[in-house]
Design a protein around this ligand. Structure first.
Ligand SMILES: *Cc1c(COP(=O)(O)O)cnc(C)c1O
Length: 364
């Protein structure tokens, strides 16, 4: 074990990774499984790397209970490239891409689809500063809807879906970049799930896509090879050189989740962590104001404001002195944000909760 002082890391992304994962990667760095080299130096066509990729797929399948109807891909270009790939592959010219707007990432996803075809906004909470997830019980979709796109967790505003819309014969697509594996989900309800790895899965550079195979026949011939999901399906994510080290790190993170007791255990831990911070907000009697409405609160990104800019600055300054990192809110909304992804330990949330209580008491 390496003696090392770890920060209380509340970064929004890239973000905290589990310490045992970093330590194992360090141990294996110069000689991975007796190959005499690091994973970075292996051929992506080697048996050793193939095993890494296979192991990552198997573990993810197990953790999320991914049915045979779906396939896993490891792609590049971040979640942001998925904003374009989805309409390029699935938005035909006689169809409409349906989007629910719940924050900046949904807006960016919509913007790319607008460049490529017809779109419609079926629900939005923009008018109320994206404080909540809209009620989608009575969504009305055009009859020629290509797919319905939602952003599962709104990293910047701190809101999260609890119940996803389920509409017969409509393919549901979800950006789960900031909450994949934070709780159990029913993968079979989704036609496509995508997530940049750098929040809950590993380092940046890999994007996980879980795609329903029935969708693949819809992809038109003229999609550029690298942007065509079929290319990556046919080649097991090895059409070109994949981000090998990222996939390796991701496989270690998945092993770590499994060792914690799987997604259900992680979910229980995440609920506990989030409750610590939301309770501090509640206890402060209005000193901290949560950005999200109670029914839409994220268990991954806790967003709140303080009474004045001066107090916010003082809070962030003292937090920094105490070793907390990453608590400033996103530049577009201000205030504070604690990102408490899977790898953020309970202890970090306990210490932050105590600090929040003390700061509120001293400054109320
Ligand atoms: C971070 C984030 C993105 C952007 O991911 P990149 O991998 O940087 O493209 C997209 N959607 C959500 C919900 C995010 O949190």
């Amino acid at each position: 074990m390496i003696k090392t002082k770890r920060a209380y890391n509340f970064n929004a992304g890239p973000s905290a990774l589990p310490l045992p994962v970093l330590q194992l990667a360090q141990e294996e760095l110069v000689n991975f499984k007796s190959t005499g080299m690091s994973v970075m130096e292996l051929s992506h066509r080697s048996k050793e790397f193939e095993n890494v990729l296979l192991h990552a797929k198997q573990t993810l399948t197990e953790l999320l209970n991914i049915p045979d109807t779906h396939e896993i891909l490891f792609l590049q270009g971040g979640a942001s490239l998925q904003f374009s790939m989805i309409p390029m592959n699935f938005l035909a010219s006689n169809q409409v891409g349906a989007y629910v707007l719940t924050g900046s990432w949904s807006e960016k996803a919509l913007k790319e689809a607008q460049k490529l075809g017809q779109t419609t906004i079926v629900a939005s909470t923009k008018e109320e500063q994206y404080r909540s997830i809209p009620d989608v019980n009575n969504l009305s979709l055009p009859s020629d809807t290509a797919y319905l796109h939602v952003t599962s967790n709104n990293t910047i505003y701190g809101t999260q879906w609890t119940e996803y819309p389920s509409i017969e014969n409509v393919d549901l697509i979800a950006d789960m970049s900031s909450d994949i594996l934070c709780r159990s989900i029913d993968v079979s309800k989704f036609s496509l799930i995508y997530a940049g790895a750098q929040k809950n899965l590993g380092p940046s550079g890999v994007t996980v896509v879980i795609i329903k195979k029935a969708l693949l026949s819809r992809i038109p011939e003229n999609v550029p090879t690298m942007l065509d999901y079929n290319t990556h399906i046919k080649n097991n994510s090895l059409y070109n050189t994949p981000p090998t080290f990222g996939i390796y790190m991701l496989s270690l993170v998945l092993d770590w989740i499994k060792a914690q007791g799987g997604v259900e255990a992680i979910e229980a831990q995440n609920n506990k962590k989030a409750a610590l911070l939301y309770n501090s907000i509640e206890r402060s009697n209005g000193f901290y104001t949560p950005h999200a409405t109670e029914d839409s609160r994220s268990i991954m990104n806790v967003t709140f404001t303080l009474p004045t800019e001066e107090l916010t600055a003082a809070f962030l300054k003292q937090a920094k002195e105490k070793g907390f990192v990453g608590l400033a809110g996103h530049r577009s909304v201000g205030g504070c944000r604690a990102s408490i992804y899977n790898a953020v330990p309970l202890e970090a949330c306990e210490v932050l909760s105590t600090f929040m209580d003390e700061f509120a008491k001293e400054n109320s």
